[in-house]
Design a protein. Structure first.
Length: 197
């Protein structure tokens, strides 16, 4: 590789890193810290306790999100905050789904002889019913990177001031503009508010 090609490659890499998602940059920093904590505990022969478990969970979450980027057909360095939020929400949903089976909220007998659509509905209903009580270290760590959730009152107020339902055939057609305004909001949460108006 000649000198000019080499310098162009370096500048391109630096440019991508500068444009990388701020959330992902923070996750990478937290991953480094978690690895340092893990090494410290392992050196002292006592890999136990809350700090150690949280460090392992941090490593798992950060690596999982980074490894999910091929689903978006992007490299992590090319990801936006919106990309990272999308992956975090998917990861959290997968963790909640895994947890409802792991902790016995749903058992094999509950899902046998059901279609895939029926199982998905049952899983979603169970997750909705359990709400915030369904959590783990992995879920808590992933959630800390999400934007602060708007309150029901804030969403209702924005809808009343900005959405003209007469322009839509049904309420659900307003979801796009609401979700655009409240990036990172839980779609089911917003849908519930919208349906209650």
């Amino acid at each position: 590789m000649d000198e000019k090609s080499y310098s162009n490659t370096i500048f391109k890499t630096v440019e991508i890193e500068v444009n990388m998602s701020e959330i992902l940059k923070q996750m990478k920093e937290d991953l480094k810290s978690a690895m340092t904590i893990e090494i410290k505990y392992r050196k002292h022969g006592a890999p136990q306790g809350i700090a150690y478990n949280m460090a392992i969970a941090q490593k798992t979450v950060s690596r999982a999100i980074i490894s999910m980027f091929p689903e978006l057909r992007k490299k992590p360095a090319e990801g936006t905050d919106e990309d990272v939020i999308k992956l975090l929400k998917k990861y959290i949903n997968q963790e909640k789904e895994r947890s409802i089976y792991q902790f016995g909220y749903l058992k094999e007998k509950d899902v046998e002889d059901k279609s895939a659509a029926e199982v998905k509905k049952l899983v979603n209903d169970t997750i909705q019913e359990l709400g915030n009580s369904l959590t783990s270290n992995h879920i808590e760590i992933a959630q800390k990177y999400l934007p602060t959730q708007a309150t029901e009152e804030e969403i209702r107020e924005w809808i009343s001031e900005n959405v003209d339902f007469s322009k839509f055939k049904n309420k659900m057609q307003a979801m796009g503009s609401i979700m655009k305004q409240f990036k990172g909001a839980d779609g089911n949460f917003v849908k519930g508010i919208l349906m209650s108006i």
